[in-house]
Design a protein around this ligand. Structure first.
Ligand code: FES
Length: 280
């Protein structure tokens, strides 16, 4: 049995939060098959600019080529599988593997196999490009998908309507933050979409909203939490969680986004971007 009934709702069984086989199934059926938020496009704004990200254990590079195009690749060398780029962001003219120094260009093509000797006889470089990853842009945000089951817009569902009047593509991401904690990724997710814990766990937040009017509603592709803010609240009183693992919270003059990324069945990182309309 995968779930237990509590009142009129279903709760996942405990083993879904601790079982390694469940986690491996989630990697294959959720994280490899969905669009993952990869950050603001402004962060990858010049030729050679790149970011790397981990998607539940799968490494991905997003890089802007000399032709101006954004592309995404698996961050895995085609020779013997070494990780290619180890920094979270940077600029590079070519991608050189740190292991045996194979070199790929900014379009993922293999362009050099130094010291490969006689083994290079018959090796056709065009047979060994980096593995491409799907990439889409939506309103200034970059999304990548390893093997998507649907288009980005299909996954976003009703979110474009929710944010139609918010000028999010005009914002500039000025800061990042990363936290890592000992918990299954669904523990954090369950808490993000649940306001019931606010009085007990977040007394200052509780005092800053009209908690009696806290509302949680489910929509296509996302869950919306809202509460009328009191003057002391930094946020505008709307918090969004999108399938399967990113969030967006609005404040006056900007927003913060985050991606909830599992590192292991019992370890999770959360990667925040802080976007502002006025960067002065
Ligand atoms: Fe990259 Fe050998 S693993 S060049």
């Amino acid at each position: 049995m995968g779930a237990r009934r509590i009142g009129r709702v279903l709760n996942l069984a405990a083993r879904w939060y601790v079982d390694e086989t469940v986690f491996q199934r989630e990697r294959a059926s959720i994280f490899d098959r969905t669009w993952q938020y990869a950050g603001p496009v402004g962060r990858i704004d010049h030729p050679g600019a790149y970011v790397t990200l981990d998607i539940a254990g799968s490494g991905v590079i997003v890089i802007r080529g000399g032709d101006g195009e954004l592309r995404a690749f698996r961050n895995v060398c085609r020779h013997r599988g070494s990780t290619l780029l180890t920094q979270p962001a940077g600029t590079c003219a070519t991608i050189r593997c740190p292991y045996h120094h194979w070199v790929f260009d900014d379009q993922g093509r293999l362009i050099a196999t130094p010291h490969f000797g006689v083994e290079a006889d018959g090796l056709r470089s065009e047979d060994w490009p980096l593995d491409a990853v799907h990439l889409e842009l939506w309103r200034g945000l970059v999304f990548v998908a390893i093997d998507p089951v649907e288009s980005l817009l299909e996954q976003l569902g009703e979110l474009p309507d929710e944010l139609a009047d918010e000028p999010i593509e005009t914002y500039s991401a000025q800061a990042t933050a990363r936290v890592e904690f000992d918990a299954n990724w669904k523990i954090y997710t369950d808490n993000f979409v649940e306001g019931y814990h606010i009085p007990g766990i977040h007394p200052d937040f509780h005092a800053a909203i009209e908690f009696g009017r806290f509302s949680t509603t489910s929509h296509g592709g996302y869950v919306r939490m809202s509460a009328p803010p009191r003057p002391s609240l930094f946020y505008r009183g709307v918090w969004l969680w999108m399938w399967p693992n990113w969030t967006l919270s609005l404040f006056d003059g900007g927003m913060n986004t985050s991606r909830i990324n599992p590192l292991a069945v019992d370890r999770t990182e959360q990667l925040y971007d802080f976007h502002f309309a006025d960067t002065s």
